[in-house]
Design a protein around this ligand. Sequence first.
Ligand SMILES: Nc1ncnc2c1ncn2[C@@H]1O[C@H](COP(=O)(O)OP(=O)(O)O)[C@@H](O)[C@H]1O
Ligand SMILES: [Mg+2]
Length: 286
Amino acid sequence: MRPPEITTRARRRDPVQVVAVTGGKGGVGKSTLSINLAVASAAAGRRAVLLDGDLGLANADVLLGITPRHTLADLITGHRTLDEVLTPVRPGLGIVAGASGLLPLAELDEAGHVGIVRAFSDLTADLDLLLVDTAAGISPGVLQLTQAAQHVVVVVCDDPASVTDAYAVIKILSRHHGLRHFRVVSNMTQEPQQGARLFDALQRVTERFLDVTLEHSADIPSDELLRRAVREQRPVVEAFPGSPAAQAVRRLAGEMTAWSAPEGRGNIGFFAERLARPAPRLQVVR
Ligand SMILES: Nc1ncnc2c1ncn2[C@@H]1O[C@H](COP(=O)(O)OP(=O)(O)O)[C@@H](O)[C@H]1O
Ligand SMILES: [Mg+2]
């Protein structure tokens, strides 16, 4: 297995695409989607890094059967090198464990800010895609990671709490962080129309109360083969490439390559700067 090729930044041509996967509620499938998107993207020839921003629960490491020994925090503080922090998992795909010790990033001092910017320019040299899997909830750490991304994917499933939580995330990211565009992925749907209904429900409330646009980017069916793949600690796109869930994820991974960055959010420098910037103080969270 080779790590993603890291060469000098001078060779970079295209900006790195930064996609955060979030959704508020735990168990809606954020980590599973992130990992499978990362694996599918790498298989399609993109150089990708998955940043596992959810250390609280067994996640990317468990789902891929690997255990990173160091975290992004070690890179930012300069205690570890990029090679030590970036675990190669597939040709063209590396994983970096997020850093619970680092969050909330709002409390970082000047050196920490510089460290973040430097760490990300190292990390993303000659990379095509940085996928950020976030934890459940709307903690400052989750928001900090998500608001810095170019594209925010909000995962929802057919559960009132999931829609409510997705709405809460979108509300905070739009009101406090200026994000306007969100991509919704309906997951674990039981029938073809369910994803569209879920999306419509979410869109109705956001249209009414928020100044945002939503796009229904994918619908991933509930798939027993995906569950089996999780139990076997394998990405479903590899374990059961013909399964309905794997097909839906691959399609999304393909479409992602055509997503254009919103105005002014085009590069990794932007992501690092936003990440390092102190978050606005949140008053009302609901
Ligand atoms: N499309 C799907 N079909 C069936 N089960 C799914 C699907 N997506 C996720 N799951 C199940 O939900 C569980 C929780 O998913 P996970 O990605 O860990 O959620 P989150 O990261 O949002 O907390 C997975 O272990 C898997 O069993
Ligand atoms: Mg998760």
